[in-house]
Write a protein that binds this ligand. Structure first.
Ligand SMILES: *[C@@H]1O[C@H](CO)[C@@H](O)[C@H](O)[C@H]1NC(C)=O
Ligand SMILES: *[C@@H]1O[C@H](CO)[C@@H](O)[C@H](O)[C@H]1NC(C)=O
Ligand SMILES: *[C@@H]1O[C@H](CO)[C@@H](O)[C@H](O)[C@H]1NC(C)=O
Ligand SMILES: *[C@@H]1O[C@H](CO)[C@@H](O)[C@H](O)[C@H]1NC(C)=O
Ligand SMILES: *[C@@H]1O[C@H](CO)[C@@H](O)[C@H](O)[C@H]1NC(C)=O
Ligand SMILES: *[C@@H]1O[C@H](CO)[C@@H](O)[C@H](O)[C@H]1NC(C)=O
Ligand SMILES: *[C@@H]1O[C@H](CO)[C@@H](O)[C@H](O)[C@H]1NC(C)=O
Length: 491
């Protein structure tokens, strides 16, 4: 029978000797498949996937028919490669424009099928066949879908926090686990599973956590068939969940943010957030209720000067922005979220600073008296005089005045000797607000033509030097003449 087949080949396609040899090989090795595909491939919904099949024979499959079908589908043709191209007419419409074979690879026997933008309905068994050499192989495509879970705080009653974890868009049905900070399983309520019209699963579960000590809770959703796992963490702090820095400093006239963050995934936009300033009447600085500012309750001095960040509230950022800060804004603020009984305080320190001005008060003989003044400070600053090397100079007392605007003006005088050139600094600084401003004044050294005393001294000095030189020359000449008389005596 085998020989018959070969003779048939030769009569019909005398040139195809190699094909005949191949067929002979096939016949002799009957029972063993030469088309090798993995049994299973996993793809995530929306991704592209390759169903990788390789013919382990040196056959140029491009010129041959390669048929990918999906049994059970009607029509069942996913991709029919015939005469070097896709036969579009036979293809199941759900695969239109979504499949390809690798034409350049077919020559090497790579008959893999690529499917673009995988759908859930693509899941199932595919069969690849090369009819001419009667080769056939199957491959199962598993389609998965996964998404990251979201944890919400459902309620906080005394020391108990009820958390809910939800994850939509899964396929196949996943399992949901709660883990504590050490990775130990927590016992939680049952997992609720819903299947949407898109065939995707939504799972959710609740767990109650004691807030006795700080804990890092994990919600993990996983699917074994598709080997997918997604997790989200939530930090459940031991004590307060509302965290603000203890102090914020702002300069008068600037805008400031009192930054408070709720360390729980609560959408605070939907909740009441109340910023008050204890001692003020009314004490409401900004009441955010039902998604907006309640203007009626607000203290008039904050009208049109406050905002919360509506886009950030969803992340628990309940920070308050105050525009054009005034001195009277200084003090303690309290932020509260009544529904979860969270409350925190923050102190706002307001400062004001300005650059000092140096004036020359007197400039006679060898001394210069300088005055430094700086207005518009808050709180009260200190004033320092420094020399060119940064050393403190001893100066007169600092005079401090407070204006009707509550701002301080400081001034001080210093006397500088003109012995040599100097670069004097007046520095005004305030520690609470960490502000410092300075001004420099160059004091030139003595000018000879400008002063009578130095000339006097100089004339006297020159006169003295003259006398000494004359004396020395006279003495030397005398010695020389003595020498000469001695030599003459010897001769
Ligand atoms: C076939 O070719 C495609 C495209 O180059 C490649 O992604 C795939 O891995 C190949 N398959 C095999 C079985 O070699
Ligand atoms: C919680 O634990 C996970 C790992 O288990 C870690 O990646 C994450 O940073 C932790 N979160 C906090 C707030 O400690
Ligand atoms: C599952 O995925 C992990 C990494 O995401 C990988 O290390 C592991 O080999 C995969 N297991 C299987 C069976 O695919
Ligand atoms: C809250 O949001 C504002 C505006 O984006 C930002 O300036 C501030 O730093 C945020 N605060 C915190 C605590 O993240
Ligand atoms: C004085 O000293 C300051 C730094 O201490 C420097 O910036 C400034 O240029 C100096 N002025 C003169 C005139 O040398
Ligand atoms: C004070 O301000 C200087 C710079 O102006 C800065 O380097 C320093 O960290 C600030 N200190 C404090 C306590 O804010
Ligand atoms: C003092 O007066 C002299 C002469 O008028 C001038 O050159 C010098 O710069 C003055 N010193 C200061 C500190 O103004």
């Amino acid at each position: 029978m085998a020989l018959q087949e070969i003779s048939v080949m030769f009569t019909h396609r005398p040139s195809a000797f190699s094909a005949a040899v191949l067929l002979l090989t096939l016949v002799l090795c009957r029972g063993k498949s030469h088309l090798v595909c993995p049994s299973r491939v996993v793809a995530m919904m929306g991704d592209d996937v390759v169903l990788p099949c390789q013919l382990k024979l040196a056959v140029d499959t491009n010129t041959e028919t390669v048929n990918w079908i999906k049994p059970g589908l009607d029509p069942n043709v996913v991709h029919l490669h015939f005469d070097g191209r896709l036969v579009f007419e036979n293809q199941n419409p759900s695969y239109h424009f979504r499949t390809r074979v690798f034409v350049d690879e077919l020559i090497k026997g790579n008959v893999s099928l690529k499917i673009f933008k995988v759908k859930l309905s693509d899941e199932g068994t595919y069969r690849c066949s090369i009819p001419w050499i009667r080769e056939e192989a199957s491959i199962v495509l598993t389609v998965g879908s996964a998404s990251t879970p979201v944890i919400k705080v459902m309620s906080i009653v005394s020391s108990r926090v009820v958390l809910q974890c939800e994850s939509a868009g899964w396929y196949p049905e996943p399992e949901l686990l709660w883990l504590d900070g050490e990775g130990k399983l927590l016992s939680a309520g049952p997992t609720e599973t819903l299947r949407g019209p898109d065939d995707l699963y939504t799972v959710s579960s609740r767990v109650t956590v004691e807030k006795r000590h700080s804990n890092n809770i994990t919600c993990r959703v996983q699917q074994r068939n598709t080997n997918q796992s997604r997790e989200t963490h939530i930090h459940v702090p031991g004590k307060s969940h509302l965290v603000c820095p203890s102090q914020v400093v702002a300069m008068m006239g600037d805008d400031v943010v009192l930054p408070c963050q709720l360390k729980l995934a609560v959408d605070t936009n939907a909740e009441t957030v109340n910023w008050i300033k204890p001692g003020l009447d009314p004490n409401v600085v900004h009441l955010h209720f039902d998604g907006q500012l309640v203007f009626e309750n607000q203290n008039p001095s904050y009208h049109f000067r406050t905002r919360v960040f509506v886009d950030e509230l969803i992340k628990g950022n309940v920070s308050l922005k105050i525009f054009k800060v005034k001195l009277s804004d200084e003090g303690a603020y309290r932020c509260s979220i009544p529904w979860i009984r969270e409350e925190a305080s923050i102190v706002l320190t307001v400062g004001s600073a300005s650059t000092p001005v140096i004036k020359v008060i007197s400039n006679v003989s060898s001394r210069v008296v300088l005055q430094c003044e700086s207005a518009g400070w808050y709180p009260e600053p200190e004033l320092l005089w420094l020399d060119g090397e940064g050393k403190l100079l001893s100066a007169g007392p600092t005079e401090t005045l407070r204006g009707p605007d509550d701002l301080y003006t400081v001034s001080s005088r210093v006397t500088v000797e003109k012995r040599h050139s100097n670069n004097i600094t007046c520095r005004v600084q305030q520690r609470n607000t960490n502000q410092s401003r300075e001004t420099h004044k160059h004091v030139p050294g003595e000018d000879i033509s400008d002063s009578t005393l130095p000339i006097c001294v100089n004339v006297q000095a020159a006169f003295l030097v003259c006398i000494i030189v004359m004396l020395i020359t006279w003495k030397l000449k005398q010695k020389q003449s003595d020498h000469r008389t001695d030599r003459q005596k010897k001769i």
